[in-house]
Design a protein around this ligand. Structure first.
Ligand code: 13P
Length: 280
């Protein structure tokens, strides 16, 4: 089975009763089977996203071949997406390796430059039927370990979003409406009116970043008001590290290391399945 792009995956999710596609960051290869187990538990299609750091760490070819073979084995419609990438060469490498969706993040650039670079990515991606996500506005928190300063956080402007999609025909637009990346539960402050205005003005799939710590009520709201893709990253990492800390500290050095990962894998499976059910 070929990996699907986001535009192919979304209608499958909708046919199966999901309002939005959860896009889950993979942090290490050992975690991967849990993502497919959760998809099978909930009859959900699967979107796995990879940071540039993880892509470098594991290698794009290993990621593409392992994800493709599990998608085939389990018959799960699957999209492999490159998360936040500001380097156009790295995006091209991901596309050349077989990623089916990419994000160009030019949110730190002036609008005209963000649009121009996004168009370069679009021209390349379109040749391979790869979907493209762009970002407008600045989402706070930490991305791949690098913190975004609070003073740099900026909600997306409706006028800029309108201009952006007029000048760059992206498939998905990530907007800043009050979530932050990382475990910052108390800081989530969804701007309902702003989301409604962007949704009305922009005829594109919107993307919510910083899904960790968003309350169930807020999640229900955003997926009914334009958010077709919801990113969740930190929650799986937290579960993985927490359980591994316990098993590694209590285990013996000659135990099979595989056993140390079993509780973490179960916990990650549960957290992804819970989120997938939330999107139904
Ligand atoms: P969280 O880590 O807050 O879930 O955000 C993930 C994300 O948006 C990745 O792009």
């Amino acid at each position: 089975m070929k990996l699907l792009n986001f535009k192919q995956l979304l209608p499958i999710a909708q046919q199966r009763g999901f309002h939005a596609v959860g896009s889950f960051n993979l942090h290490c290869l050992e975690m991967l089977p849990a993502y497919f187990e959760a998809a099978l538990d909930t009859n959900s299609p699967l979107m796995i996203q990879i940071s540039t750091g993880t892509a470098e760490y594991l290698g794009r070819e290993l990621l593409v071949s392992s994800i493709q073979s599990l998608a085939e084995k389990h018959d799960v419609p699957t999209c492999l997406h490159l998360d936040h990438c500001s380097n156009i060469d790295d995006i091209k490498k991901a596309i050349d390796s077989g990623f089916s969706s990419v994000m160009y993040d030019g949110s730190h650039l002036p609008l005209a430059e963000n649009i121009a670079n996004t168009n370069i990515v679009l021209d390349y991606a379109r040749q391979f039927n790869v979907t493209v996500e762009a970002e407008l506005g600045a989402i706070g928190g930490a991305e791949d370990g690098k913190a975004v300063a609070e003073s740099d956080i900026a909600f997306t402007s409706v006028a800029e979003a309108t201009q952006f999609v007029r000048e760059a025909d992206v498939d998905m637009l990530a907007v800043s409406i009050g979530t932050v990346h990382g475990s910052y539960t108390a800081k989530t402050n969804i701007q309902h009116q702003l989301l409604a205005e962007i949704h009305q003005a922009v005829d594109k799939s919107l993307v919510l970043h910083g899904g960790t710590g968003v309350s169930d009520e807020d999640m229900h709201y955003v997926i009914r008001h334009g958010m077709d893709k919801v990113n969740v990253g930190t929650e799986m990492n937290v579960q993985w590290v927490k359980h591994c800390q316990d098993t590694f500290s209590s285990g013996k050095v000659d135990d099979s290391v595989r056993k140390f990962f079993i509780p973490a894998r179960k916990a990650v499976r549960a957290v992804i399945a819970e989120k997938m059910r939330l999107f139904q």
